[in-house]
Design a binder for this molecule. Structure first.
Ligand code: ATP
Ligand code: MG
Length: 248
């Protein structure tokens, strides 16, 4: 069992804030080519909700969610996920916290090429100690829920981009993580499949002790959002409630 640093959450009071970003600064490169990509981001993400992050290509969306997930570390500022400050966790403890708490859907899917769809989708459960039979059963159920029941035993190279994307979505949900972070989850999907996976993500978000963050340009799915945060040039410009009809 992972012991978390910081205050113990009380049993019956689910925190209203799932993610708190305070003053996040992120830079890439060295010397004269060093660039600041996030300019001091302050952002709270609520529980029980699906929060979208939108903004022009290159404005820092993937960088921000990578810092929130502990995949990238920031030059300055602090991220708290369900009250846990990521900065105080050492490598192994951070990896375990992430494995238990966060499901991340990468923009480029990041499936393991030597594993089948069902095996890929069961990895987070196996990492968290589930039996192979339970992991496999749950992975297959979720893959069926995203319309891949005919493709369970195929390898990523045998799947289309949209099919791979749905495997990545099943993998992110399989261990019922408290925080799901999804980078352009519908980029490779047609309208029907896109609505299906967003409905699944929304259902996941509705629980009071969970949250879902979605980065997207896809205005076909804006109506699923509870809140839309706009980014531009490494800064948060504001947030609003849907419906949100402007094209991005
Ligand atoms: N590893 C890296 N090294 C150097 N620069 C990087 C790196 N990753 C991202 N950047 C730069 O940081 C900026 C923000 O990139 P990021 O991937 O966060 O944008 P984005 O908003 O997700 O864009 P898109 O909508 O195209 O996915 C870009 O200018 C990009 O070139
Ligand atoms: Mg991106």
């Amino acid at each position: 069992m992972l012991t978390l640093a910081g205050p113990e959450p009380t049993a019956d009071a689910a925190p209203a804030v799932a993610v708190r970003c305070s003053g996040i600064v992120k830079e890439f490169g060295a010397g004269e080519t060093r660039v600041r990509v996030l300019h001091g981001i302050d952002l709270d993400i609520e529980t029980g909700a699906m929060t979208y992050i939108v903004g022009p290509s290159g404005c820092g969306k993937t960088t921000l969610i990578s810092v929130i997930a502990g995949i990238l570390s920031a030059e300055a500022g602090e991220v708290e996920v369900f009250g846990q400050r990521l900065g105080v966790l050492s490598g192994g403890r951070l990896a375990r916290f992430r494995a238990e708490t966060i499901g991340f859907i990468f923009q480029q899917f990041n499936l393991l090429p030597a594993l089948t769809a069902a095996e890929n989708a069961s990895v987070p459960l196996l990492v968290n100690g589930a039996s192979e039979s339970r992991a496999s059963r749950r992975a297959r159920d979720l893959l069926a829920a995203v319309g891949l029941e005919q493709h369970l035993d195929k390898f990523p190279a045998e799947l289309s981009g949209g099919q791979q994307q749905r495997v990545a979505i099943a993998r992110a949900l399989v261990h019922e993580p408290r925080l799901v972070i999804s980078d352009e989850p519908t980029a490779s999907l047609d309208a029907h499949a896109g609505q299906g996976v967003m409905a699944l993500l929304r259902e996941h978000a509705l629980s009071k002790d969970r949250a879902v963050i979605v980065v997207t340009h896809d205005n076909r799915i804006f109506h699923f959002a509870d809140r839309i945060v706009r980014m531009s040039d490494g800064r948060i410009m504001g947030s609003e409630l849907p419906p949100f009809t402007e094209a991005h």
